[in-house]
Ligand binder design. Structure first.
Ligand code: NCD
Length: 315
């Protein structure tokens, strides 16, 4: 499927939230600033009467639940389409399903699907007063996760210009990593390292403005931020790596933590696999901000939804 990265913007305004690729810096900053206001509880606008429908064709705990909470905190209604028991299981196409929910006067769709570009395809098909948010499209992008990751880094580190950020693990299959790299580059991070076995690194990494390290110790040394990723086994066609050697070579344990800066923050989008990519004592330790990320996800998703509602209202 050919993905149109510009469809989320109309006259420079955000109408859908689909990708960080091609998203202007000013919009990324607007989202962070609005999320900050919502996080402090200072200015929460009410969007009463708006209806948000969630369509999750892949499993989710954090993303779906924080979208639901965020919707309720801005006083809108949330309807959860139970995909496993929906008419798509009777052969209805996604577009017919979308048109049906549209007829129920929905204002926003939050979509997660295993096929890259599904949210974009839906955005191209819905009527112009409806906003679509990409909650993860296969191994392509996960833009709301990248925004909550940017919010986390800003909150704990202040700014991006002086930071060395290391992303460790299955970069190849990770939509989180792709959105993160676009966002970090746009916000001007000083150095972005990607670390992992060659088999889990995309061929085109040289176009991503990152430094690749096959060796974990080199890759995370003097880092300000370490972002660990889960092995996306559901997207690996063959067993690409052995779990026994993976933890030895790429697991974030206490001794490797000593290589990073003393005040390094450890992030992970979740779900975490203890003893596979991260040692329990590191995941639960003083440098970990993994659960803070989950909490910030609520304010960040509130910010994105409210910006979309405002922009649709203005047009
Ligand atoms: C991620 C996802 O679904 O892409 N998780 C999330 O949204 N919090 C990462 C993962 O599944 O490993």
């Amino acid at each position: 499927m050919k993905i149109n990265h510009d469809i989320q913007l109309s006259d420079g305004k955000l109408k859908h939230f689909l990708n960080i690729n091609n998203l202007p810096k000013s919009i990324i900053e607007d989202i962070i600033n609005r999320a900050e206001e919502f996080h402090d509880n200072s200015k929460i606008t009410k969007y009463t009467g708006k209806v948000v429908a969630s369509l999750f064709f892949e499993p989710s705990t954090r993303t779906k639940t924080t979208f639901e909470l965020a919707t309720k905190k801005i006083s809108s209604d949330f309807i959860n389409i139970d995909i496993a028991n929906s008419s798509t299981s009777k052969g209805e196409s996604i577009i017919d399903m979308i048109k049906t929910i549209e007829a129920m006067k929905c204002n926003m769709f939050v979509v997660r699907h295993s096929v890259p570009g599904t949210a974009h395809f839906i955005a191209e098909s819905v009527s112009s007063d409806i906003a679509v948010i990409n909650a993860g499209d296969g191994s392509n992008e996960h833009p709301t996760q990248a925004m909550l990751d940017m919010f986390t880094i800003k909150k704990h580190k202040g700014s991006f210009e002086d930071l060395k950020i290391s992303i460790v693990g299955d970069i190849l299959h990770s939509r989180v990593a792709k959105s993160l790299i676009f966002a970090l580059n746009t916000l001007g991070a000083k150095q972005i390292n990607i670390v992992g076995p060659k088999k889990l690194i995309p061929d085109n990494y040289t176009e991503m403005n990152v430094k690749y390290f096959e060796d974990m110790s080199e890759g995370i040394s003097y880092s300000d931020v370490i972002i660990m990723l889960r092995l996306q086994k559901e997207r690996m066609h063959d067993a690409l790596i052995s779990l026994d050697t993976y933890y030895d070579e790429y697991g974030l344990n206490q001794s490797r933590m000593q290589l990073a800066k003393k005040d390094v923050i450890v992030m992970h989008p979740g779900p975490i696999n203890r003893g596979v990519e991260i040692e329990s004592s590191v995941a639960d330790g003083p440098n970990s901000v993994i659960l803070n990320q989950v909490s910030y996800g609520i304010s960040v998703r509130m910010a994105i939804m409210s910006i979309l509602f405002d922009n649709h209202h203005a047009s």
